[in-house]
Ligand binder design. Structure first.
Ligand code: DC
Length: 223
C-alpha cells in the first residue's frame, strides 16, 4: 500500500521543522527534514568531498547519507559521522545554498527523498523542505505552505541560533531566502497548496491549524 504523504514547504524561520515534527508525532507518521540532506552534502564538501567532483556530478558513491525518520529520535549521518549538530552551524548555512543551486544535486535529492519515504517503517510521512509541495511530491494527499512575516521569522531564527548575533542572523536568513527563492518559489503557494500564516499564532495554535487542515485534506483525498 502506498504511503500517506503530507508535504510542507516554507521559508527559513517559518517554524516548519518543529511544527512538522509535532504534527508527525500526532499522526504517528514519519518526519523527514529534507533540508538536512542538503546541509549534510554541504558538510561533506567541507570535510573531504571536493566541490569540483560535486559540480561534475561525480559524488553519489562518496556520499553515504542516512537520516532518522522518527520524530522522537532525530539524527543525521554521513558515513560513520554523526552530523546532527554539525550541519546547523553558520558556515554550513552559508555554504548550503550553492550546493542546493546545482540542478543535478536537486535531481539526486528528489530521488533520495522518495527512497527514504518508501523505505521508512511508517504508514505516512510528514515531509518538509523548500520544494516538497511543488517538485518532489506535487501529488501528495496534503500540501501546505507554512509561512510567517519576515519580522517574526527573523525573531524565531535568532532564538534558535543563540550563539550567533542577532544581526548576523538577520543577514543570513534574508540572504539565504533571497538566494534560495531564485531556485524554488517557496514564498507563494502553488495551485492546490494551502497557505498557513503563523505570524499571529503560537506553536500549539500552529500545530492545531495544520492538523485540522491535514485531516480535511486526507478526508477529501479519500473520497
Ligand atoms: O530548511 P533548511 O534551512 O535546513 O534547508 C537547507 C538548505 O537546503 C536551504 O538552503 C534550502 C535547501 N533546500 C532545498 O533547496 N530544497 C529542500 N527540499 C530542502 C532544503
Amino acid at each position: 500500500m502506498s504511503k500517506v504523504i503530507v508535504a510542507i514547504d516554507g521559508p527559513a524561520g517559518s517554524g516548519k521543522s518543529s511544527v512538522s515534527k509535532q504534527v508527525a508525532r500526532e499522526f504517528g507518521f514519519a518526519y523527514l527534514d529534507t533540508g538536512a540532506a542538503y546541509r549534510a552534502l554541504a558538510w561533506a564538501t567541507l570535510n573531504g568531498l571536493s566541490f569540483e567532483r560535486l559540480a561534475a556530478n561525480d559524488f553519489e558513491t562518496d556520499f553515504e547519507y542516512s537520516i532518522s525518520t522518527d520524530p522522537d529520535n532525530f539524527w543525521v549521518r554521513v558515513g560513520e559521522h554523526d552530523v546532527t549538530e554539525a550541519i546547523r552551524t553558520s558556515l554550513i548555512s552559508e555554504t548550503v545554498s550553492s550546493v542546493a543551486a546545482l540542478s543535478h544535486v536537486r535531481d539526486f535529492m528528489k530521488r533520495l527523498t522518495k527512497k527514504i519515504v518508501d523505505e521508512c517503517p511508517y504508514d505516512g510521512a510528514i515531509v518538509e523542505g523548500r520544494d516538497i509541495t511543488t517538485v518532489v511530491f506535487p501529488d501528495a494527499q496534503s500540501r501546505l505552505l507554512l509561512t510567517a512575516s519576515e519580522e517574526v521569522r527573523l525573531q524565531r531564527r535568532s532564538k534558535e541560533l543563540s550563539a550567533d548575533s542577532a544581526s548576523a542572523v538577520v543577514n543570513q536568513v534574508s540572504k539565504r531566502d533571497e538566494t534560495d527563492s531564485k531556485i524554488v518559489d517557496f514564498m507563494n503557494a502553488a495551485v492546490g497548496v494551502t497557505l498557513i500564516d503563523s505570524s499571529n499564532l503560537d506553536f500549539d495554535q500552529t500545530v492545531s491549524v495544520m492538523i485540522a487542515q491535514i485531516k480535511a485534506d486526507l478526508k477529501a483525498s479519500a473520497q
